[in-house]
Design a protein. Structure first.
Length: 129
């Protein structure tokens, strides 16, 4: 179906980066917002989304970590993915206005959020191949 080595993982979660760095291409971002922006840029550059940019039940202002997998698709129409990532960015910015995410979480809480994000990716990667 998909070739894992062609997939690109965009993340700001160091646990995700460490676990998957040798398995597929990983782009490390500094923030949740940067993950979405880099994902948007990849989608505009003819990549498709293999994971939803807002996976899990956590709102964009409730977690500081996000990981997204994209895949190069060449000339195929990816209008749906463009609309989706743009909507995700819009929702992110709306939530930051309504209730901004905290600047810093305790190490335990940050670790819990990293674990949730890693778990989402761990469940997706086997389905790519």
């Amino acid at each position: 179906m998909w070739e894992l080595e062609k997939a690109i993982l965009i993340t700001n979660n160091d646990r995700v980066e460490k676990k998957y760095k040798g398995t597929l291409q990983v782009i490390f971002a500094e923030s949740y917002e940067e993950v979405l922006i880099r994902t948007r840029d990849m989608v505009y550059d003819r990549h498709v989304l293999l994971t939803h940019p807002q996976a899990s039940s956590l709102k964009p202002n409730q977690t500081p970590y996000r990981s997204v997998v994209v895949y190069p698709k060449g000339e195929e129409d990816n209008t749906k993915d463009i609309l989706l990532i743009e909507k995700c960015l819009e929702v992110y910015y709306q939530w930051q206005k309504i209730a901004p995410a905290p600047e810093k979480y305790s190490d335990k809480v940050a670790g819990d959020f990293k674990t949730i994000d890693l778990s989402v990716i761990d469940n997706i990667i086997p389905r790519i191949v």
